[in-house]
Design a protein around this ligand. Structure first.
Ligand code: BTN
Length: 241
């Protein structure tokens, strides 16, 4: 479904998903040209003027909620591959924990996974929201951002979305067949800062330490001076230089 404008494709996807699987089955895509109330992780706004890609997939995986959360890493791998397919040579693409994608060390895409359960272990639906800076990027973010246009990439929203969908089918098939092990391994091979000192900003504290691993639950493992920490929500920054 394509919309000229919407509050948030994630919000719209949730409304549609609630109408039932017959009407909106697994794999339904909601794509909007702009969002008036785009949402990011940790309650932040997602700057959503025309010119970028804003889309959400309705997913109905038959797995428990904790396992469904792995889909954000599955999707990050698909974004990585799609960037490789539509991008120009000579650029660096990396994944950044938990769900960001970097182009030349600046954020170019973000993922927002939301789910609904009505009591049971299996979610009724999972919404995978994806925002990609194609034409524009916000200039006022804590972590620097970029766009395809700023990097002189001619690829359009449609080019990227088509490629993303193809790669998401491949990675989600692998995930369904072989589980999180290959997803985690591939994510670690493509991420930024592994084995290096990073800063992680949590709600009430900022930690510094060596980023040593992604654990089997998708938590970031940080070796700090006070011992090992497993982080499930936070923002990662890399020291300059
Ligand atoms: C983040 O990095 O904070 C995640 C950003 C996710 C943004 C996308 S844009 C499409 C979908 N609809 C939303 O409101 N948010 C996601």
């Amino acid at each position: 479904m394509t919309l000229d404008t919407v509050d948030s494709t994630n919000a719209e996807a949730k409304r549609l998903a609630a109408e039932g699987e017959e009407k909106y089955p697994d794999g339904t895509i909601i794509w909007a040209k702009e969002q008036t109330d785009g949402r990011g992780r940790r309650g932040r706004k997602w700057h959503s003027p025309p010119g970028n890609l804003y889309c959400s997939l309705i997913l109905r995986p038959d797995v428990p909620l904790a396992k469904a959360a792995e889909l954000s890493f599955v999707a990050a791998l698909a974004v990585f591959d799609a960037l490789g397919a539509v991008g120009e040579p000579g650029h660096q693409v990396h994944l950044k924990w938990p769900n960001d994608v970097l182009l030349n060390d600046c954020k170019v895409a973000g993922l927002l996974l939301e789910a609904e359960t009505s009591g049971g272990e299996i979610p009724d639906w999972v919404i995978l929201g994806l925002g990609v800076n194609v034409g524009v990027f916000p200039g006022d973010t804590d972590f620097p951002a970029t766009s395809f246009r700023a990097e002189q990439w001619p690829a359009t929203e449609v080019d990227f979305l088509e490629s993303f969908c193809r790669h998401f089918m491949v990675w989600s098939g692998k995930w369904l067949e072989d589980g999180f092990v290959p997803i985690r391994r591939n994510w670690l091979q493509r991420c930024h800062g592994l084995g290096e000192e990073i800063e992680v900003r949590l709600d009430n504290e900022t930690l510094k330490g060596i980023f040593t691993d992604l654990d089997e639950d998708g938590a970031l493992v940080l070796k700090t001076a006070d011992g090992e920490r497993r982080i499930t929500a936070g923002d990662v920054f890399f020291p300059q230089g």
